[in-house]
Design a protein around this ligand. Structure first.
Ligand SMILES: Nc1ncnc2c1ncn2[C@@H]1O[C@H](COP(=O)(O)OP(=O)(O)OP(=O)(O)O)[C@@H](O)[C@H]1O
Ligand SMILES: Nc1ncnc2c1ncn2[C@@H]1O[C@H](COP(=O)(O)OP(=O)(O)OP(=O)(O)O)[C@@H](O)[C@H]1O
Ligand SMILES: [Mg+2]
Ligand SMILES: [Mg+2]
Lengths: 256, 256
């Protein structure tokens, strides 16, 4: 029985892609069969795993517009046990194209029905907005993981995010909930980090993961080599923190 | 005669808001009359200037949907000479609402006709996407300033950004061009910074501003006090770099 988790936060640059790619890789290392869906037109998760965007036979855009099945679009990655449903430039126009379609919010959910039988975990990397692509992810997901940068502007967006989640929960997907919140680019020496941590914990309580992700240059170098951190530098602080976070996610996921 | 510049990059977290707010404030300090338009549903530029979002008489949403004029929605800020066209939660739904409207791309341009007579500089802070809000900014603008984080994923998005600019230039606003590119969160000690700088300069040549913005904690603390850096800590490295950048922008703007 699979679990679908969306990595979402409309604030830009909070670490959604970095978290989705590295948690997916460590979950595969822990012998889970994992699918990562790149739902961002930027295609950062696709290139972060070293998959070329130009020679794809199909992409997540084709799945959303019903011109290919997920099985046809899925490709292997350099990580054993981790497959990718890739994204490319065609996704840029998808939101406008889907607006007047029937059941436009459920396209991803329908596209993943078969995949749910195959994978233990399906992770979805969302773009920095609350538009139709992210709503599709919310409709398909069992839970949402919110990567939360320890910065003031990141706090501001929380109430909009909660609003959007509640709207989808009420009208489209009653089972949707916040699976967890992870603090990223965490620097315990900074006041700002402590302020954000206190505020987030008072808002989300024990949904906040114990594992925090420190700022670590190796995490931002890895994508230029098309590698998740476990293959680029498995002994870095960034790698250790994502390994610990993944352990927590799987414990919660398996325990549901 | 005013000049309208949009701060845009669909990659999230590259410093669009931080650059728009601080350049607007320094331009006002240099005796220019300045309007900052917050076109992001997150409303970060609005709170970054200490303007409350709940008690607004009107916002940019009302201007886009023709229910208020820019003059009615504009408010003062703590910086002499800098006005703000604020944003709030209502903007979240604007993209879907505008999709089937007539001349949906030109709503902001029409809304700023009167403001162009009043201000020397009109700056527009864009959301991290290439949807209808950013297209509205491109249609209204004379030029685009691209804040570019010195990171691998930020490079990836350049070709999509150029594509979108060319589309708007061909179909809606033939005068549109890239006014300049500014390197943000610049750390000369990092390889990644040097790689990105070399690549960006080979792509954009002398459009790249000489002034670079270093990573500086005071820049990320200032918004929690609702202040631009010139009022929060005018002697910080972040303040000096934005003062220098603003001087370059005004020299290019006045010289057009
Ligand atoms: N813990 C970290 N330490 C250092 N750099 C990081 C860390 N996490 C992410 N980064 C870098 O910060 C930038 C933003 O991260 P990322 O792209 O993963 O965020 P995102 O939320 O997916 O952005 P977007 O909103 O554009 O989708 C990237 O360049 C990434 O390499
Ligand atoms: N030079 C800098 N040094 C340190 N922190 C910075 C710097 N520039 C921006 N920041 C911080 O990094 C985060 C991202 O910056 P900002 O919000 O301005 O980017 P953005 O491109 O507007 O993001 P979005 O894509 O969400 O609109 C913010 O928390 C900001 O305070
Ligand atoms: Mg991302
Ligand atoms: Mg912003």
């Amino acid at each position: 029985m699979s679990i679908v988790l969306a990595f979402a936060n409309q604030k830009g640059g909070t670490g959604k892609t970095t978290t989705a790619v590295n948690v997916a890789a460590y979950a595969a290392n822990a012998n889970k069969s994992v699918l990562l869906v790149d739902l961002d037109p930027q295609g950062n998760a696709t290139s972060g795993l070293g998959v070329g965007k130009h020679a794809l036979k199909a992409s997540v855009y084709d799945v959303l517009t019903n011109t290919a099945t997920a099985v046809q679009a899925v490709c292997r990655t350099k990580v054993q046990g981790l497959d990718l449903l890739p994204s490319n430039m065609s996704l840029v126009g998808a939101e406008l194209e889907l607006v007047n379609e029937m059941a436009r919010e459920n396209r991803l959910k329908e596209g993943l029905v078969a995949a749910r039988q195959t994978y233990d975990y399906i992770f979805v990397d969302c773009p920095p907005s609350l538009g139709l692509l992210t709503v599709n992810a919310f409709a398909a997901a069992d839970g949402i993981i919110v990567p939360m940068q320890c910065e003031y502007y990141a706090l501001e967006g929380l109430s909009q995010l909660i609003n959007s989640i509640n709207l989808v929960k009420r009208h489209i997907n009653p089972a949707l909930s916040i699976f967890g919140v992870v603090l990223t680019m965490y620097d315990p020496r900074l006041n700002l980090t402590q302020q954000v941590e206190t505020e987030v914990k008072s808002y989300f309580g024990d949904k906040v993961f114990n594992s925090v992700i420190p700022r670590n240059i190796r995490l931002s170098e890895a994508p230029s080599h098309g590698l998740p951190i476990c293959l680029y530098d498995g002994r870095s602080k960034g790698a250790e923190s994502y390994m610990a976070l993944t352990r927590e996610i799987i414990r919660r996921g398996d325990g549901r």
